[in-house]
Each structure stands twice: as C-alpha cells, then as structure tokens.
Design a protein around this ligand. Structure first.
Ligand SMILES: [Zn+2]
Length: 134
C-alpha cells in the first residue's frame, strides 16, 4: 500500500467512527384521525433501534396511559396524542432501554437474566440493569 492508499484507509476509518457516534433519535411519524392517533412507522423505529416492537409499544402505552394496538407495523392509539408527546416518550425509552450509560452508544441489546433485565453494550462491554417491568 502506498502513502495515499494508507491515507485513504485512515479516512475511511475516521468516517466510520463518526457515523457510529452520531446517533439520531428516529422521528415518529404520527397522524391524528378522528379520535385516534396512528404512528405509521412503529415497526421501522423498532428495527432501527434493534428492539422488540412490543416492548416499545408497552412502554409508550403505559407512559401515555393510552390503549394502543399494533397492526401491520403501525401503532394505533384510541386517543389523540401529539407528535411531540410521542417523540418525548420515545426519547425517554431510548435513554432508558437503548443507550449505553457508559459510552452513550446505541449498540446495545437487552438481556434477560432470571427476572432481571440488563442492557449489554456491544461497543464498550458495559452491562447495567434496567427495569424489567414496564
Ligand atoms: Zn457502552
């Protein structure tokens, strides 16, 4: 490898790290129809966060004290909820169940052990407990 190729490789690596660190909270796409609120990209958000969509739905319905039904990747609430309210709750979910508390990266997974739930970080290896019941 010549010098320029080496430089190229180095730049690629830097770029990769940058994209890993820039984590943006997915935007909830919601619409109010009559007395219902429909989140059209619920499944997409769950996939993006590598979380079970049911887990996120459970959190949102509990936190918003609203009944929500998952249907074909969309989440339908039986009441009117603003996009901002949903977005705030999603941010809380991410803070509690997705981001590593050590390094703040989203490359984590939820691990169940006995009756406890842990977040295990793939980036730094840290493990910490989160509430198992939501
Ligand atoms: Zn970490």
């Amino acid at each position: 490898m010549n010098y320029e190729q080496l430089l190229d490789e180095a730049y690629k690596k830097i770029k990769k790290i940058e994209t890993n660190e820039r984590f943006e909270i997915p935007l909830i796409e919601s619409a109010i129809e009559g007395n219902k609120t429909i989140v059209s990209n619920m499944q997409a958000i769950a996939s993006r966060l590598s979380r079970d969509v049911e887990h996120i739905v459970k959190f949102l319905t509990r936190e918003l004290a609203a009944y929500g039904l998952l249907k074909g990747g969309r989440l339908i609430f039986n009441t009117k909820i603003s996009q901002k309210n949903l977005q705030d709750k999603l941010a809380e979910y991410i803070k509690e169940f997705v981001l590593c508390r050590e390094c703040n990266k989203p490359d984590t997974q939820l691990v169940k052990k006995d009756r406890l739930l842990f977040i295990k970080c793939s980036a730094c290896g840290a493990t910490h407990s989160v509430r198992a019941k939501i």
